[in-house]
Design a protein around this ligand. Structure first.
Ligand code: BT5
Length: 318
């Protein structure tokens, strides 16, 4: 509906269009028109509203995460050849899963807002309108399902490497968090649909806090955003850079079985290697020393009886 409003205001060129006219043309109430305009303004559309005259579009925002903005002269083989951009959606991962079977490999779903953004194990992911990057990629790799968890590491490596190229000093907290100054700036949620031998599809969800200055109380102590850390970078540039980095590392892995490029970044930008960390499993919390990330992408730790162990999945806290 908001796209229709923009289109209608644009068609009116430099003239004002009244709320009444908009509600008539679009078949919605004037209160609904007003609400949509309010959201568009929050997204960065500069819309002039004058009493008794109506609305006029002065300028579109520069950094909307649309196909045209992201893919302009983007040099990728398959990532982002198709991008679906939404104003609002429940969860880009859930939507991506619903269309994955009929979608092209590398299709990307992006939304300005998520009403039911999710983390792992059904946790909530806060995704306020236009404050971050909420996106999911549909991937159809021809690999065994047991190799799928490595895709999360590839995503983490491509996010830190993209941010680093844009001047942001970030680190990976294995397996799926990106942090700045010990606070979470991004999270990754990889979901898999597979048979025993074959992957149907993977949905790779990435959430990055970009412009948020105030977080909800539940996460205000643990979350940060690029703006909060004084990195004023356009969301479009970040997405473009991640797509390029991801495709390179992903194709190395899928086509050539190469993991080194990803592992090198995961080790170099690790927030936990060499440190004492807690391994959280169910209700238990164990203090261990993190030694390395091994060639399988698993965490190598030394426990308090000096035994070296491998952790394949789970949660870590510093
Ligand atoms: C994650 O889960 O970190 C995965 C987040 C993936 C989000 C993307 S957005 C696009 C796509 N569509 C979706 O619906 N999801 C993906 P996990 O490791 O379980 O961390 C979740 C925890 O992080 C929550 O329990 C909160 O404590 C915290 N959290 C929630 N929202 C946050 C935010 N915006 N920034 C930082 N931390 C947050």
């Amino acid at each position: 509906m908001r796209e229709k409003i923009i289109e209608t205001i644009l068609n009116n060129q430099d003239e004002f269009i009244s709320g009444e006219e908009l509600s008539k043309q679009l078949g919605i109430s004037r209160a609904a028109v007003w609400k949509h305009i309010k959201v568009l303004k929050e997204q960065g559309y500069n819309i002039e509203s004058v009493n008794k005259k109506g609305y006029k579009l002065v300028k579109k925002p520069d950094d909307l995460l649309t196909y045209n903005n992201i893919c302009h002269e983007l040099d990728t083989n398959f990532m982002g050849r198709k991008i679906e951009h939404f104003d609002t959606i429940c969860s880009t991962n859930d939507y991506a899963k619903s269309i994955a079977s009929e979608s092209l490999d590398g299709t990307i779903i992006i939304s300005e807002e998520q009403t039911k953004g999710k983390g792992r194990l059904g946790r909530q992911w806060h995704s306020k309108i236009s404050e971050g990057i909420w996106m999911s990629a549909i991937l159809k790799p021809n690999i065994s399902p047991y190799k799928a968890p490595f895709i999360t590491l590839i995503a983490g490596a491509s996010i830190v490497s993209a941010l680093n190229k844009l001047g942001v000093n970030s680190q990976i907290k294995w397996p799926n968090d990106i942090i700045i100054n010990n606070k979470k700036v991004a999270g990754i949620l990889t979901e898999l649909s597979a048979e025993i031998e074959r992957i149907n599809y993977i949905v790779l969800g990435i959430g990055i806090n970009v412009k948020t200055m105030e977080f909800s109380q539940e996460i205000s102590e643990i979350a940060t955003s690029l703006y909060k850390e004084n990195y004023r970078i356009s969301r479009v540039d970040i997405v473009r850079s991640i797509i390029v980095e991801f495709e390179r590392l992903y194709l190395d892995y899928i086509n050539k079985g190469l993991k080194e490029s990803t592992l090198k970044i995961c080790r170099e930008y690790s927030a936990i290697i060499g440190k004492e960390i807690y391994i959280l499993q169910g209700d238990s919390k164990e203090l261990v020393k993190c030694i390395d990330i091994n060639d399988q992408g698993n965490l190598v730790i030394k426990d308090n009886s000096d035994k070296t162990r491998e952790i394949m999945s789970g949660e870590v806290s510093i």
